[in-house]
Design a protein. Structure first.
Length: 253
């Protein structure tokens, strides 16, 4: 294989959820740069339209879809829009996530339900729709964005940790279930990454986090998107049911 063509996603179609900011936004840009046509989905349509303009101005092709992954009807409609526009779907990146942090003892049922509904059930809804088209094509890549806290736990985030740990279990179950159709299912578990979600942390908290990371720094979105592009590529065709840690050594399985 020509090394210049490695990790090429030319002629592939990808859908990225939670694409309006952070890792999702950078993932969409990275997939487009690798040659994929990209559908970007999130609840904030305004931010998506800005992202689409950025992709198209760089010579790529993109579609913005307003979607809440927690709403099954919206998910079904979104996937129909992708297929109407691009005719097929090769790559699904389940990135959409929310937090409703709080101590387990005082956690409100609605905060538990909202996080599980978006982060885990929403991924399940998207996988169902993706498999409907990928199984017919006997090809596809599903990449679920989990988290280092799914593996090591984190105080005050019982709902978020449970949802991200559930994604790992879902990844492995679906990987086995549809392997015979040449569809791979993997997870990426980022550590503490510099995104809008971590921007709210104080300088003191960030300093404490860095002390726990052997590489001595928080990760960047590009650290994560490189892993996603790899798992979406043909070079990763023999990898499935795997959790790829991108955490600077913070947690070693």
């Amino acid at each position: 294989m020509n090394p210049n063509n490695m990790f090429s996603l030319k002629d592939k179609v990808a859908l990225v959820t939670g694409a309006s900011q952070g890792i999702g936004r950078d993932t969409a840009l990275a997939l487009s740069k690798a040659g994929a046509k990209v559908a970007v989905a999130a609840r904030s349509e305004e931010k998506l339209l800005v992202l689409v303009r950025e992709i198209t101005s760089a010579g790529g092709e993109a579609l913005a879809i307003k979607m809440d992954v927690a709403d099954q009807d919206q998910v079904k409609s979104a996937f129909k829009q992708v297929l109407d526009k691009f005719a097929h779907l090769d790559i699904l990146v389940n990135n959409a996530a929310i937090t409703r942090d709080g101590l387990a003892l005082r956690m409100k049922p609605e905060d538990w339900d909202a996080v599980l509904r978006t982060n885990l059930t929403g991924a399940h809804f998207c996988i169902q729709q993706a498999l409907a088209t990928m199984m017919r094509a006997r090809s596809g890549r599903i990449i679920n964005i989990s988290s280092v806290v799914a593996e090591m736990g984190n105080s005050g985030q019982a709902n978020y940790v449970a949802s991200k740990a559930g994604l790992i279990g879902l990844t492995k179950a679906i990987a086995i279930e549809i392997a015979s159709r040449n569809i791979t299912v993997n997870a990426v578990a980022p550590g503490f990454i510099e995104t809008p979600m971590t921007d709210v942390l104080s300088a003191e908290v960030k300093d404490e986090l860095r002390k726990r990371i052997p590489l001595g720094r928080m990760g960047t979105a590009s650290d994560v998107t490189a892993a996603i592009v790899f798992l979406a590529s043909e070079e990763a065709a023999y990898i499935t049911g795997h959790v790829l840690d991108v955490n600077g050594g913070m947690y070693l399985a």
